[in-house]
Structure formats: C-alpha cells, structure tokens
Design a protein around this ligand. Sequence first.
Ligand SMILES: *Cc1c(COP(=O)(O)O)cnc(C)c1O
Length: 447
Amino acid sequence: MSEPTNGGPGLPQQRKIVTEIPGPKSRALQERRLKAVPPGVGSTLPVYTVAAGGGVLVDVDGNSLIDFGSGIAVTNVGNAHPEVVRRVQQQVAAFTHTCFMVTPYEPYVEVCERLNALTPGDHEKRTILVNSGAEAVENAVKIARYATKRPAIVVFDHGYHGRTLLTMTLTAKNMPYKEGFGPYAPEVYRVPMAYPYRSTEDGPATAAKVIDQISKQIGAHNVAAVLVEPILGEGGFIEPSPGFLPAIAEFAEDNGILFIADEIQTGFGRTGRLFACEHEGIVPDLITTAKGIAGGLPLAAVTGRAEVMDAVHGGGLGGTYGGNPLACEAALAVFDALDADRITAKAARIGEIMLPALRELAAGDPRIGDVRGRGAMIAIELVKPGTDEPDAALAGAIAKACHAQGLIVLTAGTYGNVLRFLPPLVIPEDLLHEGLDLLAGAIAETR
Ligand SMILES: *Cc1c(COP(=O)(O)O)cnc(C)c1O
C-alpha cells in the first residue's frame, strides 16, 4: 500500500492521471471490499483515497483527481483544513469522549452558541448536537410533535431527508432509498413542490394548491411541521419557484405549524449565503444542519426557537456520541474558517464561473434541458432533445466519462438525469476551469 500522505491544501493542486481509473490497486481493494462489505452500500467511483485537500483527491495508484463532489457537500472548507486538523489533534490528545449526557464539556456548548448566532433570525435559540443528518431530522420531528402536540408532518415531492425509518418515510424517491424497506412511519403527508423546469405554474400558485391540500386533506390544526429543503439536494438541486417558500412559511406561521428548514446539504456557505433560507428571507422555526458543519467529521444539529426546543422534558433528547468533542472542535474551526477564508464569497464566485460556462454549453446542446443552482451548488438536467423527457442513461454515461478523465462528479434527481456539481469552496480557480473543460469534453464525446 502507498505511503501515507498529508492531505490539506498543501497537496499539489493539479490533476495527474498515471493509471486507468480505477487503477490496479483500487481494483484490488474493490475485490477485497466486495467480500467484506455488502453491495447495498454503493460507491460512485471506487478509487480508494489516500489524501485529499484543496480541489483534489489522491488515490492509492497515485492518481490526482479533481473533486466536484466534496464528499456530497461536506468538505466546504476543504479536506484536512489546517485549523480543523490542528484542533482535532489537540482534542484527541486531551480526551476523545465522555458522553455529553454523562459529564459535559465546553466545545459542545460553544458549537451550540455559535449555531444559535449563525442561523437565520435574531430570536432566542437553542441547539442540540447529534451524529448524522438523518438523526437531526428525526429529532426535529420529535421536537416539533412534542412542542405542538400534533402528529402530522408535511413533506414535499422530490424531498430527501435520510435513510432511517422516519427519514426514508419523509424522503420522496422510492429507488434506491425506500424500495423493500417498508412499512413506513405513519402521519407523513407529501405535497407538490414548485419545480420551475417541470411546471408552468408560478410559486404562489403551487403554494396555494399545497395549502388547499393541507387544509382539506390533513387539517392544518393536525400539522406539527412542514419540512423542506430550501434548495432540494438529492431531488436534483431544485430551487423552488420564487414566492413558493415564503407563502408556505406564512401559512405555517398563521396556523401554528412549525417551519423546519433542512439545510443539511445547503448550509455553511454552499449556496453563496451562509444558509439557503436567506435567499428569500425565510426565518425557519427549526433548522437541521450536518454535512458542511465540521469539515468531514460526523456532526449534525437541530437549532430552533428557545420555547420550542425547551418544551421537551429532561432526558427526552440525546445520544451516546452526539456532539463528540473531536467533531465539535472541527466545527469550531469551520465556523472560524467561514469568515477567515471568505467561504460564502468563494461559493458565489464558483457560481459566477460555472453557471455562464454551463449555459453556454446548454445553448449549443439540446440534451441539456436546464442549468440551475446557486453558489457552488450547481446542476444540469439532461433530457431527450426537443422534449423534457429525462435521460438518466445520458447523465450516467457523462458521469462515467468524467470519472475516466479524473473528474469526480455526482448524479442526482428523482429521474436520475441530473449531474450535480459541489466543488470544495476552496478549490483553486484553474482547477475549476480545468474541471469545466473536462466536463464539456465528456458531454461532447458522449452520444
Ligand atoms: C444528506 C442529507 C440528509 C441525511 O444526512 P445523513 O448525514 O446522510 O444522515 C438529510 N437531508 C438532506 C437535505 C441531505 O442532503
């Protein structure tokens, strides 16, 4: 096996392909893995990583790939950010765990204070820390039901919220997330999403339908919360039509329904704002965060109105590892980096480079039906030319061609026909341009 390499921004920021992708060492590891790990756990591109940082990922065969995935919007401040590394190393030598529910420690409290201040709205807030995005969503639902004493949760078409029993129930797409894993949790109701590319209706018109459906089919007084991603992630980077989310938020407020924003994929600068809710001035009652929160360490949070969060009885919330001290130290380093490294401005700049380049490609290629996104959360939707019929096979083939050239891209979308781009927000601009050129080449050569 190769020598361990330090990651971080010190890694040479260049694409370098020295074997086919995946190379022989990755293929050998993949064979070993298939005897140890069930195929239910997939991998987009089975190159085995030894180091990553800035905008590149280095594999066991010595290939250096351009990263347009960030481990699914996690390494916003980069992989192995120096301050994340420094603080985690210091913490691991001090203590690894006590369980906050047994004997607490300051970093947990400080992360909560910082999240209370960073998230939208200047009302009094409280935060709990957990291990994963799904666990954050589960807890947001528990808290909303407890505080409102109502059972129903409203979710949207194309929504994604995780893979646990409750969160896969909250998720829209059957394959691969739900197929065969039922029965699902009760009292979850799905309503339409205002999907600009696939709807002729404007945001307020779709919101009116949703409100009618909630009022007539569920009864607003039975609804604890509406749960929505302000920009939908797995569903295909759908930005709800303007006016849709504000109308839903207003209806919720008027009816004692909590508005939960799932910012697990959109949070911490990814969309060019600290949180995507800010694009339409929405102040959620509860907000779930994870992914970009701690530079790759497992951490997630629910932040919400003090009176809602404080409603739950003592001991009703928690978990053995929730708010692990290493993950908290990493998060504190990320929060500092947001300012120090001007992370939201970097995300906005990535959008300014990528969107026009992709629109130019789309103008000359009828297979690219839509180009969309904000900041560094960008996607193209692929269709049969002259129609809006999804072309998932084309999206998959283009992704494969990108991978072969050493560019990591991900697919998404209810119809599987979306290519999504989530570069680390610290990617050097020349690598971003090189990645775009590779993508253009991959699209041109895939017929
Ligand atoms: C990834 C994601 C989740 C689930 O997070 P996990 O950490 O994988 O459990 C929930 N909601 C959204 C919007 C996500 O993108």
